[in-house]
Design a protein around this ligand. Sequence first.
Ligand SMILES: C[S@@+](CC[C@H](N)C(=O)[O-])C[C@H]1O[C@@H](n2cnc3c(N)ncnc32)[C@H](O)[C@@H]1O
Length: 226
Amino acid sequence: MTSMKRREFVQKSASALGLLAAMQGGHSLIEAAEPTGATSEWNEARKQILDEMESGRRRSGLSVPREDGRFLNLLVHMLQAKNVLELGTFIGYSAIHMGAALEVTDGQLTTIEIERERVLEARENFKSAGLDNRITCIEGDAHQVTRELDGKFDLIFMDAEKGNEVDYFKVLFPKLNNGGVIALHNAIRFKGAMQPYLDIVFNHDQLISVILSLTMDDGFAVTYKK
Ligand SMILES: C[S@@+](CC[C@H](N)C(=O)[O-])C[C@H]1O[C@@H](n2cnc3c(N)ncnc32)[C@H](O)[C@@H]1O
């Protein structure tokens, strides 16, 4: 099977499974990923801003899909993360998913973006979502900024430019707490460019890594530090 045919097959199978579950009174994969909690984590302002980004009423082209945003939110909860780092803010969609969970864990997110216009837009979005006290957006090149960052992180979400992950890893591995996680986005879509990084994290004594996908498309490499 060619890779395109395999991808189509997997996507169609996944949709069929979701439909079957819904028909049987269960929840489809997408429904299961909806924010349903009634906690202060998901107030109307936050839901609305994500809806506006998803519907294109706010610029959203480079953001992770909703399922991946929900996964990042889940990771913050599972790790009870207090200190989170994101490389590649864009306009803040994934950051809002993580920032909402940080309201519950009482944590902080530092996110780095190289393009000024995007930094300004993201900061506005954090303010509208009532998360500007949780999320700090730093303008700059993440290769440089990460070298200057103090502190240790429970979760690092890498989603800046693709193909330079090894440099980020060298700088950030010592800044990742034991029990912490690095989640790299697009590890299926850009697997070729990311192979040098994947080779390191899959063959490292102190790390456990898997590749997974919630959309049968972009994919994450999720790496746990023992
Ligand atoms: C895929 S987008 C991030 C999407 C965002 N994480 C989300 O899901 O909402 C990648 C972003 O990384 C930024 N970027 C690329 N290279 C960078 C670098 N070296 N340092 C900081 N940001 C960078 C781009 O300007 C772009 O906005």
